[in-house]
Every structure is written in structure tokens, then in C-alpha cells.
Ligand binder design. Structure first.
Ligand code: PLP
Length: 283
């Protein structure tokens, strides 16, 4: 484990953040979670593009060039010697006496980053199938921006875990948007469906990997379109995607089994193919 804050390495869990930091008082910050596989960041350029987009949308000025940030991540990987892990990166708008409106000229963005080991046994266990519950999507209409302001997500995820589910599938006006901390795919007649990447979902990097690399490489069709709860309940296969878990088969939805209660055929092929891509690595 290695932690970085504003230009220096600090003790993990160090108390270095101002109580006036807007990330703390308002959740006024953006973040990224990147997988480290074989000691290298997987698909970092995708995460980096999304991070800079989030900052643009949030009007947080960029203080570090893409090259310098990439180099910093590489140093984190090298110095920590972590092989299988993840990097959490957060940039808050900065610290100022609490007032809702911000003044860009008086704020210095604060960057936090840490690298940690992952429990690969727990991840492999989830690959055998998990339970999901259904909940209303009560978030704002810009969840395409990856901010740390995650109240509806944490409440939904806690409800799910209290019911021994891996996570919750969220529905806005009966339309399935995504998971509490992942994207959602439905498989019907061997074709995959997922919500379009608009303002109502986070454009997940794992989702992007499935759409642009993994599915095409094994001849699986993925269609981006809206679908309702009845369509989800009628699915042959269901799965979540996220950076940490990869492709996570959903084998139980509320009280019902999905398909025959085992990870579906298409889901398994996508999962294996994504795992292979992660082993190979991608800048
Ligand atoms: N949707 C939400 C709300 C998330 O929080 C996450 C990941 O944390 C995702 C989707 C999946 O995105 P990614 O594949 O980039 O991890």
C-alpha cells in the first residue's frame, strides 16, 4: 500500500486534508478507480480521458499534464511492487471556508492517490455468480460525471448488501439504467443489451471494453438501448461490469434464479475474453 497526497508520499490513512476541503464538506471532487494487473495499470488512457472529462464538466482546473499523471501512476505501481491491485485517484476542487459557490481563482485542487492490493480469491468467487436486487434510481441527471457525491449509490449498495446481494440494479421510470456501482447488461437470444452512454449512466470503462473490444473479438453483438424491468426479469443471462470485478454474472434476481441459476454461456465467454485482455494489458 502506498499513498500520495499533493506532491508527496504520506502514511496510509494520513490526516493531511483540510477540514475546509470541498471534497469533504460538499463531495465536490472527482475520482477514478483503475485496476493494476501484473504490476501495470489496465486501460489507464481510458480512465485518464474520463477523469479529464469529469474535471472539465465540473470546472475543476487541471494542474498536472496527462504525461506527468501517467508517470506518477507508473511510479506508484513500481514503488509499491503491487501486482494485483487497484489505484484510487481523487481530485477535489480545493479548500475554502464553506460557501456553496466556488471561486476558481482562490482554490487549489487537491490530489489524493493510493494503490492497494486486491483480494483476488474474493473476485474469483464472484465470477461464479451473484445475487442482485432491484431499486429505484434516485440520482441526479449527470451521473456520467464521476464525482465522489455518491449518496444514492451508497444507500442502494447498503440496502443490497443487507439483503446479501452483490449489488442493486437501478431503474429510472421503469427503465434499467445501471448498477449501484457498476453497469448492467442483459443477454436475450445471445444478444447483449445495455443502456446507452448518456447522462443517465456512468460510461464504465469495463462496459467500453466489452462494447469495443471483447464482444467484437468473439462475435457477440451488443446493442445500446433502453429496456424496462420486464425485459430484465425475462433475461436469459444478466451481468454487471466494473473495474474491480470485471464481468460479474448475476445468477439470482431478487428471489428468482436467472436462466438455469448458473453463469450464462455468453456471459462466461465475455468474462474469459475480458480476463485474457487484462492479462495481455492495454495502455
Ligand atoms: N456505474 C457506476 C455508478 C459506477 O460507480 C461504476 C464503477 O465504479 C461503474 C458504472 C463501472 O465503471 P468502470 O467499468 O469504469 O469501473
Amino acid at each position: 500500500e502506498l499513498t500520495y497526497f499533493n506532491g508527496e508520499f504520506v502514511e496510509p490513512g494520513a490526516k493531511v486534508v483540510s477540514i475546509d476541503d470541498r471534497g469533504y464538506t460538499f463531495g465536490d471532487a472527482v475520482y477514478e478507480v483503475t485496476r493494476v494487473v501484473n504490476g501495470r495499470c489496465f486501460a489507464w488512457s481510458y480512465h485518464q480521458d474520463r477523469l479529464y472529462r469529469s474535471m472539465r464538466e465540473m470546472d475543476i482546473p487541471v494542474k498536472m499534464t496527462p504525461d506527468d499523471l501517467t508517470e506518477l501512476l507508473e511510479i506508484m505501481c513500481e514503488q509499491s511492487e503491487i501486482k494485483d491491485g487497484y489505484i484510487y485517484l481523487q481530485i477535489s476542487r480545493g479548500a475554502a471556508p464553506r460557501h456553496h459557490a466556488y471561486d476558481r481563482s482562490k482554490l487549489e485542487p487537491q490530489m489524493l492517490m493510493y494503490i492497494k492490493n486486491l483480494d483476488m480469491d474474493a473476485i474469483r468467487k464472484d465470477e461464479d455468480g451473484v445475487k442482485a436486487i432491484c431499486l429505484p434510481d434516485e440520482r441526479w441527471l449527470h451521473v456520467d460525471i464521476k464525482t465522489t457525491n455518491l449518496i444514492p449509490n451508497i444507500l442502494a449498495q447498503t440496502k443490497a448488501e443487507k439483503k446479501f446481494a452483490y449489488s442493486a440494479i437501478l431503474f429510472r421510470d421503469d427503465i434499467c439504467t445501471e448498477g449501484a456501482c457498476s453497469n448492467v447488461f442483459v443477454v436475450k437470444d445471445e444478444i447483449c443489451y445495455t443502456h446507452p452512454a448518456d447522462n443517465k449512466i456512468l460510461k464504465g470503462i469495463t462496459r467500453q471494453m466489452i462494447l469495443t473490444r471483447v464482444a467484437p473479438s468473439i462475435g457477440v453483438t451488443v446493442i445500446e438501448k433502453e429496456f424496462d424491468r420486464a425485459f430484465v426479469e425475462d433475461a436469459d443471462e444478466l451481468f454487471f461490469t466494473d473495474t474491480i470485478g470485471g464481468v460479474i454474472p448475476i445468477t439470482k434476481l431478487e428471489r428468482n434464479v436467472v436462466g438455469d441459476g448458473k453463469p450464462g454461456k455468453v456471459t462466461k465467454r465475455l468474462q474469459e475474453s475480458l480476463n485474457k485482455l487484462m492479462e495481455e494489458g492495454l495502455p
